[in-house]
Design a protein around this ligand. Structure first.
Ligand code: ATP
Length: 476
């Protein structure tokens, strides 16, 4: 189970140094597992979100998007099962008082074992989790002498359940009735709007509702940078189908979602499916799409066959009929649901990890190196950098002209300071796929030098071809 902590640390530092991700409220020493996106990060995140949104809604005639509120009626979370079930088994170390999620503690230990021993341990853990055998889990931890990373002791409490939802008060009166939750997933905003969208959009089954937005979980072991956060963003789609067709649709979305990932040019070997052994309370089948981060293979997206659990439960709790009349078979039913749920922040981390390269460019004894982010052009925060070679001779004016003609079509960046080589390197570090330099020859024949990020090759092309070239790459 190879991991590359050094690469991971280098990526975290790079994210901070180049304005991708900052720790939240850093001037107050930060807030654990909460992060802010900087100028380049916010744009990269938006581009990933837009790409997902477009592939889901614009590219599927039977999928529409909504934007539901974060606050929802508290009964929503009773109906969804989150009040009773959204908890993880935890264990505390009596000496350090540090609390661990049991599965993370065991998984962390397994990573340091041989592949075979690690696999066997995880299998034992999965079986105990499936049986909710808390005493067995504690025994497994003790038998394997899994120690706390702080106290280094195996002095553990019993295993207990801990609810992950954050609660707050609505209005000024503090009583139990005004207690509401920050949504732990965006899915429920879709379920409670099922009839609104189906009726107003005259949607016919099968159809989907997509949504992106913030979700909040009081994660106990919140480490590994933006991989596990307490405030994060999800991109979810609930696909409503006729009961009995869930197997085919589950298989369809499982394949379709992996195709989406591969469309971004990441190598297929970096991905794998992980079928769930222990199913969530709402699911009859579930699979994770995992990516090989430098910290190992980890979940990026989940595809769940949620049956009619949610709609049926909302019907029960709200006492409002939530059904669909299928004109093809002349029947009323509560639709079944296939969900695709991807974490935007995890997809962001994946995109950076897949793009990050440290290159040694030493040539003829002259030491040189660069860090380059090889983002797909459509996701890059800056898509074209425009540089006048010097600050005089009318070159900045020509560069600004090019900038004006391109900036409504994609993101451009203008810079006239420093040597061209240094300007190129700064753009490599934020993943800009194309840089264009305006020089004295531009004044004579209207050509510019375009420099390609990945192979660092340069060529002269007519300035009026630049926009088209970049647009073609973005739309590839
Ligand atoms: P995990 O097992 O890692 O806690 P999960 O199975 O609870 O994740 P889901 O409830 O299926 O996750 O949520 C769907 C997606 O939301 C996940 O695949 C992940 O990309 C993202 N996600 C979930 N929790 C977090 C978090 N704390 N921080 C960032 N992203 C998250």
């Amino acid at each position: 189970m190879a991991t590359d902590q050094n690469k991971f640390q280098a990526i975290i530092s790079h994210c901070k140094e180049y304005g991708f991700v900052f720790q939240s409220s850093e001037i107050y020493d930060g807030l654990s597992a909460v992060y802010d996106y900087g100028q380049n990060g916010a744009q990269l995140k938006k581009n990933i979100r837009d790409y997902w949104w477009k592939s889901m809604t614009q590219m599927h005639e039977n999928i529409v998007g909504i934007d539901a509120a974060i606050f929802m009626h508290p009964t929503t979370w009773k109906a969804s099962g989150h009040v009773d079930n959204f908890s993880d088994p935890m264990i505390d170390n009596k000496d350090s008082k540090k609390r661990y999620r049991v599965d993370h503690l065991i998984e962390g230990h397994a990573e340091n074992l041989s592949e075979e021993a690690g696999k066997a341990l995880l299998e034992q853990m999965d079986n105990l989790l499936k049986e909710n055998d808390f005493a067995g889990l504690k025994k497994l931890i003790e038998d394997n002498k899994i120690a706390c990373s702080v106290s280094k002791t195996v002095n553990w409490t019993d295993v207990r359940q801990f609810n992950l939802m954050f609660s707050t008060q609505l209005g000024s009166v503090t009583d139990e009735a005004s207690e509401i939750y920050l949504r732990p997933e965006t899915a429920q905003g879709i379920f409670v709007n099922f009839l609104n969208v189906q009726k107003t959009g005259r949607m016919k089954i099968p159809f989907g509702i997509a949504q992106t937005g913030k979700a909040f979980r009081n994660e106990i072991v919140a480490r590994q940078f933006i991989f596990r956060m307490r405030e994060f963003e999800q991109m979810e789609m609930q696909f409503f189908i006729r009961p009995g067709t869930q197997k085919e649709w589950y298989a369809y979305w499982k394949e379709e979602r992996l195709k989406w990932h591969l469309s971004l040019g990441v190598s297929p070997e970096s991905y794998r499916y992980h079928d769930h052994v222990k199913l969530a309370h709402y699911a009859d089948a579930a699979v994770d799409i995992e990516y090989e981060f430098p910290i190992g293979f980890k979940e990026v997206e989940g595809i769940h066959s949620r049956t009619d659990f949610d709609l049926k439960s909302h019907q029960e709790y709200s006492k409002k009929k939530i059904q669909y009349f299928d004109t093809e078979i002349n029947q009323n039913y509560i639709p079944y649901v296939i969900e695709t749920s991807i974490g935007l922040d995890r997809m962001f981390l994946l995109t950076i990890c897949a793009a990050y390269e440290e290159q040694d460019l030493t040539k003829d004894g002259k030491e040189d190196s660069r860090v380059v982010l090889k983002f797909p052009a459509k996701l890059a925060p800056v898509q074209l950098a425009i540089f006048p070679l010097t600050k005089k001779d009318g070159l900045p004016e020509i560069a600004k002209e090019l900038m004006d003609s391109c900036k409504s079509a994609f993101y451009c960046f203008y810079e006239e300071k420093d040597a061209i080589g240094r300007r190129y390197r700064r753009q490599d570090a934020i993943g800009t796929p194309f840089c264009v330099t305006i020089d004295h020859q531009t004044k004579e024949d209207g050509t510019v030098t375009i420099r390609y990020r990945d192979n660092m090759e340069q060529e002269r092309i007519p300035m009026d071809k630049v926009k088209e070239l970049v647009l073609n790459k973005i739309n590839e």
